[in-house]
Design a protein around this ligand. Structure first.
Ligand SMILES: [Zn+2]
Length: 304
């Protein structure tokens, strides 16, 4: 097993009714920027639950963070947050909203010019506004890690960054928030999580059987629960199992001490930066092609 350092400070509040905990998880007397995506939270009851829990807080809304969050959109949130002297951010949505909020959190206090340098020049984040998350789409694992991927439309770049300062302070995972997801989004999420596990598992053995078996258990659970969710998207236990699998797939636990790959995601980033398809269905095709290429090259890496 390779040497490793493991650090994950995210407090997870999992289960039905946990959104009400925002009332105490978001510090009192803060000016909160509530960031969300295309507005589905206004149709599925999540918005009401969030606003109800935050009724004693000063909340300013910022909607419209798109899938594959764009620098151009996020900088509008940064301007708003600076004007309104925001000192806490709440991401309500899926991985794109949470990734976007990580960038906003780091960009607000950034003093080195254009905050895009955090992505393009890997300028280290030395300050960030604290933030929490309410997850509504199990897929990316962003709710329990410090990584973020941002797209800049103008330059057709899709780049990642991460910092110990961009872990959410807390993440609320209520499986009921996923009941109204379109089936396509649900299956894309399962494929994304499945691919995350493979990127950390399908490399080469380093005698780390615990990590291998943890990875296998997530793969098996996703394979069992995914089809059930498509059959019955409002089954609480199925939704709960998928949600926790997606979080466990990318919170660092299965990555420690083993080699990781990420070629499928890196190729996917390049393709989506240029063509903007939904990233997740692409993973299947990219992964299959990458494995085939390795196999043809005779690399032992593809053989497990
Ligand atoms: Zn992914």
């Amino acid at each position: 097993m390779n040497n490793f350092t493991f650090y994950n400070p995210v407090k997870v509040l999992f289960g039905k009714g946990q959104i009400a905990a925002l009332a105490t998880e978001v510090p009192a007397n803060t000016r909160v920027l509530m960031a969300f995506g295309g507005g589905s939270i206004k149709k599925n009851g999540v918005y009401e639950q969030v606003m109800d829990a935050l009724k004693s807080h000063h909340v300013i809304e910022f909607g419209g963070i798109e899938p594959n969050p764009r620098y151009e959109t996020l900088m509008k949130a940064v301007d708003l947050a600076r004007r309104e002297q925001i000192d806490y951010i709440l991401a309500v949505g899926g991985g794109s909203v949470i990734d976007g909020v990580k960038f906003i959190a780091a960009a607000i206090p950034f003093e080195g010019g254009d905050p895009w340098k955090i992505c393009s020049e890997k300028v280290p984040v030395t300050k960030a506004i604290p933030f929490g998350a309410v997850l509504t789409l199990p897929a990316t694992g962003s709710e329990m890690n410090s990584g973020s991927v941002i797209t800049r439309e103008e330059t057709k770049q899709k780049l990642s960054f991460g910092s110990p300062l961009t872990f959410p302070k807390f993440s609320i995972l209520d499986p009921e928030t996923t009941f109204s997801l379109p089936l396509r989004q649900l299956s894309n999420g399962v494929v994304d999580a499945f691919t995350h596990v493979l990127e950390q598992y399908l490399t080469y053995p380093v005698n780390a059987p615990l990590q291998d078996r943890l990875a296998e258990s997530i793969l098996i659970t996703l394979k069992e629960e995914g089809p059930k969710a498509l059959q019955n998207p409002t089954d609480y236990d199925t939704a709960a199992n998928i949600m926790w699998c997606a979080t466990m797939a990318l919170n660092g636990v299965i990555r420690v001490g083993v080699p990781t790959d990420w070629a499928t995601h890196m190729i996917g980033h390049e393709l989506t930066a240029r063509h903007r398809p939904c990233a997740y269905p692409g993973h299947c095709a990219t992964l299959a092609a990458a494995l085939q290429a390795r196999h043809q090259a005779g690399k032992a890496a593809a053989v497990r």
